[in-house]
Design a protein. Structure first.
Ligand code: S3P
Length: 184
């Protein structure tokens, strides 16, 4: 199988994108273990850097301020090694989407019903209003093409346990990782 690797930078080993509820953090951690590299979750890094929770940042500073912090944190993480999971909306920031064109990007796709079942009841600010399920479906519809367009590989996050999904990610990435010996 011929794979065009020319555009891919050597680090991070993989960047996980996808919508809320796809399991990016859980699966990302497992993929990192399988690859023997570090794992970092962009949302956790934002919370660490800012010293406040994501709902607090949205409530106190507003969504544009959150996206600004997210852009800076994610662009920095993309210069490091390991496996990186991004928050579901990060790809909608042009500078992040542009930067991802040079990385191994895994789109963890999720069926809307399954994804919403997993995401509901959380403290995610974008699902805080009335009728969060409709909002969830609308946002997923808005973003799906962007996720798909940025993906080096796509894996169905609803197909099995987190361990099985992580193994499917590892297998899907194999063609892209084997020739690269300089990560993390
Ligand atoms: C967001 C997703 C969240 C978090 C923030 C905004 C989004 O991350 O970054 O609440 O716009 O979809 P998860 O995808 O990890 O829930």
């Amino acid at each position: 199988m011929t794979v065009n690797r020319k555009r891919i930078k050597s680090r991070p080993a993989a960047v996980l994108i996808g919508f809320m509820g796809a399991g990016k953090s859980t699966v990302g951690k497992l993929v990192a273990e399988l690859l023997g590299v570090d794992f970092v979750d962009a949302d956790e890094e934002i919370v660490r850097v800012v010293g406040r929770s994501i709902p607090e940042i949205f409530a106190e500073d507003g969504a544009p301020a959150f996206r600004d912090i997210e852009r800076r944190v994610v662009l920095d993480l993309l210069t490091r090694g390991g496996v990186v999971s991004l928050g579901g909306g990060a790809v909608m920031t042009t500078a992040i989407a542009d930067a991802l064109a040079e990385h191994r990007v895994v789109y963890l796709s999720i069926d809307p019903a399954e994804g919403y079942a997993r995401a509901q009841g959380s403290d995610r600010p974008l699902l805080a209003g009335e009728d969060p399920e409709t909002r969830y479906r609308e946002l997923l519809n808005e973003r799906h093409d962007t996720y798909a367009g940025l993906a080096t590989v796509a894996v169905d996050a609803g197909a099995g346990s987190a361990e099985q999904v992580a193994d499917a990610v590892r297998a899907a990435l194999a063609d892209y990782l084997i020739p690269e010996r300089n990560f993390p």
